[in-house]
Design a protein around this ligand. Structure first.
Ligand code: TRP
Length: 450
């Protein structure tokens, strides 16, 4: 076709887009909730170990393959070898990633819809329109369907704008905003009575829990989901990075930003829980277990906001806007996975493709919405528990075993002259060959058994 392939305009553009993908509901909802229900600081500690030692190397595998191939996951994985069998499996892995991205987006957009409904409810509450508020915050098929639709439309519009004018522009606008809101919320919650107790639980580890294998498994799953691994999202974003950039340092920055925001979200949510408790909201049951683990954010926090009066409305609004922003920049990266594949292999226009694929995802979301009890949890389990780790493992195998070591080095050296003598090159190849696959396999095997 001869058309120049899209690229992020700068290092910062990529950083904001990729950390926009990584920073999402997984950081601001998933991570604090998991931390609160898995022993606080103990979970934080293991999470940090998993993220740096396993998720970061796996992220690098995706980025490097993507930039080398300058193509979607299917084409990219096929291009790594001449052997027909490995090429076939490469294509298959790419397709599995695309399917997983579609399924993740179809539940993600439902949850994101709830966030939109909640920030709107703060506005209507300020206007005194209470029956509307009840509908927005109550769980109903209609509300879920409508807000999923709204959210998917927005996501599709951004992706249809392209890499620079859609993905990069919106990430550049939204990510700094997210950081500011998060910091303001943390500062406010810290002034409240009870916050320090939450901070203690979050930061002082209870070492009896560190050896718990379940904890390790959850932390690894959380780290993979949080860094958007195992579906080809980071592969496709990597394919839009210029050859002049140092990938190892870009990957490191994305990892640090992602972990940093998760840790900060913990500084908000855990203290907020204990502030709520201090104010008489029940957060633990008689057995000392966190009540409503999954719905923490929709029960405990709104109860807290409620008691704060007028300022509570403002805080609630800011909090759910924060969640919505986090969800938008992540879901565009999920939609880009199938869109890039269809565009590149069927030579369709971006606009057309975005609306076709976005429409398909919306249909699946609606199917889940209307069969919520059976399909919602199931989709989350299948994609995040099984597909993601397994495909992530295959990406590592392709980067470590299928692809020639020399070519890998060549790709890393582009934009990183001294790569050969770097610590990265001393450690990463070994990691990606042995440590990552074996560790993921161990986790995968364990989650199959339990
Ligand atoms: N990482 C995002 C979050 O933490 C979600 C996400 C975006 C994602 N793209 C992904 C998860 C690809 C898995 C795969 O919320």
């Amino acid at each position: 076709m001869g058309a120049v392939r899209a690229e992020f305009s700068s290092r910062l553009g990529f950083l904001l887009a990729a950390s926009g993908s990584a920073v999402g509901l997984g950081n601001i909802w998933g991570f604090p909730t998991q931390t609160a229900s898995n022993g606080g600081a103990a979970f934080l500690l293991i999470y940090l170990v998993m993220a740096f030692s396993l998720a970061y190397p796996a992220l690098m595998a995706e980025l490097i393959i993507g930039r080398h191939a300058r193509a979607n996951a299917v084409t990219a994985l096929r291009s790594l070898s001449d052997n027909p069998l490995t090429r076939f499996f490469g294509g298959l892995t790419g397709y599995a990633g695309i399917l997983t991205a579609i399924l993740i987006l179809s539940f993600y957009s439902i949850v994101a819809g709830w966030m939109v409904a909640h920030f709107l409810s703060a506005i209507f509450q300020a206007l005194g329109m209470m029956s509307l508020v009840d509908w927005l915050t109550g769980f109903s098929v209609h509300r879920n369907a409508i807000f999923t639709l709204v959210f998917m439309l927005f996501t599709t519009l951004i992706v249809s704008g392209g890499v620079r004018k859609g993905i990069e522009r919106w990430s550049t606008l939204l990510m700094p905003l997210l950081l500011v809101i998060l910091l303001l919320l943390i500062a406010y919650v810290f002034t409240q009575e009870g916050a320090m107790q939450g901070l203690k639980v979050y930061l002082l580890p209870d070492f009896s829990r560190v050896i718990d294998i379940q904890l390790v498994i959850r932390a690894l799953g959380q780290a993979f989901f949080s860094l958007s691994l195992g579906v080809g999202t980071m592969l496709i974003y990597g394919s839009y990075v210029s050859k002049q950039e140092n990938l190892a340092s870009l990957g490191r920055s994305v990892t640090l930003i992602d972990i940093g925001i998760a840790v900060m979200a913990g500084l908000l949510v855990l203290p907020a829980m204990y502030v709520a408790q201090h104010n008489g909201v029940q957060i633990f049951d008689a057995a000392g277990k966190l009540i409503s683990e999954d719905t923490l954010i929709f029960t405990v926090l709104p109860a807290l906001f409620e008691q704060m009066g007028a300022i509570g409305l403002l805080i609630s609004f800011a909090f759910f806007i924060l969640m919505t922003i986090a969800a938008v920049t992540s879901s565009i990266s999920l939609l880009e996975v199938p869109v890039a594949y269809v565009m590149e292999n069927h030579r369709t226009t971006r606009k057309h493709t975005a609306f076709m694929v976005g429409g398909l995802v919306t249909l699946i979301s609606l199917l889940i919405t209307f069969n919520f009890k059976t399909l919602f949890g199931l989709t989350i389990q299948i994609t995040t528990r099984y597909s993601e780790p397994l495909i992530g493992l295959l990406f590592c195998v392709f980067a470590g075993w299928v692809w020639q070591r020399n070519q890998v080095l060549q790709e890393i050296k582009s934009g990183f002259d001294n790569a050969e003598n770097s610590l990265f090159w001393k450690v990463w190849p070994f990691y990606i060959r042995y440590v990552c696959p074996l560790a993921i396999l161990a986790v995968f095997g364990h989650s199959l058994l339990s």
